[in-house]
Ligand binder design. Structure first.
Ligand SMILES: [Mn+2]
Length: 308
C-alpha cells in the first residue's frame, strides 16, 4: 500500500484531479482498491463486510450526494466545510460520498479523481459508496457523448486498458451501503422488501439494483420503478421494516434531484443531491450536502441538509 508521504492541501488535491494524468490516476485507483481490500479484513474502525461499510463513531459526517461530473460543487462543499484543514488538525470528521460521480457532467474524470484522491489521502475519514452509474463492465455503462466511457476513451484512448481494468476492480469493491453506530443507514438509491437484516445487506448481491436504483414514493409496499425500469418504488412501511431489521433509525440517500427539503416519511428519509448541473434543466432544484453527528443517536433527518 503506497500512501502519499507528502501532506496534500485542498488546492494540490484539486490540481491533481484537474490534470487527471494517466499515471497518477492509475496509481490512485490501485491505492484505493488496495485500501478497500484492507478495510474488508479489519476488525475495528472503518471497515467493510461484503456490500456493507461500518462507519465508527467519529465526530460528524459531511454527506455528498450525486456529483455527475460537477467538480465545482464538490470543491464548494470541501471549501465551505473546511474538511481538509479540520482533519489535518485532528478533528474527528468523516466524508461520506453516496455515489454517481460519473456520467453526464463536464468533469467526470476530474470528479472521480478527486473523490478517490480524498480517499487515498484520508483513508480513515472517507467513505465511497457505489451509485447506479459505477457500472461494471465499463462497456455496459451509460452510453452516448456525455458518458464516462466516452470521456475515458477521449482522454486516454482505447489503449488505456490498465485504467479500465483498474476501475472495474475498484467499482466492484465499493460498498453498496453504510451504517453508523448512531442509527443512520446510507445507500445511493433506496431499499426494497428484500432487505431483511444486516446479513442481507452484507451478502446479497442481488440487492445491488434495488439499493442503487430505487426511489421512495408515497405508496404502501413496493411497486415497479417504471420511470427507471430498474429497482423499485418503496413506501414508508417498507422503509420502517428495513430500518428496524438493520437497527437504524433513518435512511440518507441520493439519486434524485430534490426541490423541497428532501425530507420524506416523517423525517425517516433524506435525499441529498449535490450536482448543480441539473439546474440547467430546472432552477428550482436544491443542491446541497448533509452535515450530521456520528455520536448522538439520530432519530430524524431534520436539519441535516445544508444548502450549497
Ligand atoms: Mn443515481
Amino acid at each position: 500500500m503506497f500512501y502519499l508521504k507528502k501532506k496534500e492541501t485542498l488546492d494540490s488535491l484539486l490540481d491533481v484531479a484537474n490534470k487527471s494524468e494517466e499515471e497518477r490516476f492509475r496509481e490512485t485507483v490501485k491505492a484505493v482498491s488496495e485500501r478497500l481490500g484492507e478495510e474488508r479484513a479489519r476488525e475495528s474502525g472503518l471497515r467493510i463486510r461484503g456490500n456493507l461499510a461500518y462507519i465508527p463513531k467519529h465526530g460528524n459526517a459531511i454527506v455528498v450526494g450525486d456529483l455527475h461530473g460537477d467538480l465545482n460543487s464538490l470543491e464548494r462543499i470541501l471549501r465551505k466545510t473546511n474538511f481538509v484543514e479540520r482533519v489535518d488538525k485532528g478533528e474527528k470528521l468523516m466524508l461520506v460520498f453516496l455515489g454517481d460521480y460519473i456520467d453526464r457532467g463536464p468533469k467526470q474524470l476530474e470528479v472521480l479523481n478527486m473523490v478517490l484522491g480524498m480517499k487515498r489521502n484520508f483513508p480513515e475519514n472517507v467513505v465511497v459508496l457505489r451509485g447506479n452509474h459505477e457500472v461494471t463492465p465499463l462497456s455496459q455503462s451509460f452510453s452516448g457523448e456525455e458518458s464516462f466511457l466516452n470521456k475515458l476513451v477521449g482522454r486516454y484512448g482505447y489503449d488505456g486498458v490498465n485504467i479500465y481494468r483498474g476501475l472495474e476492480l475498484l467499482f466492484d469493491r465499493l460498498p453498496l451501503a453504510a451504517k453508523t453506530e448512531n442509527g443512520i443507514l446510507f445507500v445511493h438509491g433506496g431499499v426494497s422488501e428484500k432487505v431483511k437484516g444486516e446479513a442481507s445487506l452484507i451478502y446479497a448481491l442481488e440487492l445491488r439494483e434495488d439499493l442503487t436504483w430505487s426511489d421512495p414514493r408515497n405508496i404502501s409496499g413496493v411497486a415497479p420503478n417504471v420511470e427507471r425500469g430498474v429497482g423499485v418504488y418503496f413506501g414508508k412501511d417498507v422503509l420502517e421494516e428495513v430500518l428496524k431489521s438493520v437497527k437504524c433509525n433513518v435512511l440518507i440517500r441520493a439519486h434524485e434531484p430534490v426541490k423541497d427539503s428532501g425530507e420524506m416519511f416523517d423525517g425517516k428519509l433524506l435525499t441529498v443531491f449535490s450536482s448543480g448541473m441539473y439546474k440547467n434543466y430546472d432552477k428550482d432544484y436544491r443542491v446541497g450536502y448533509g452535515y450530521v453527528s456520528l455520536e448522538r443517536e439520530v432519530e430524524n433527518v431534520k436539519g441535516i441538509l445544508q444548502p450549497l
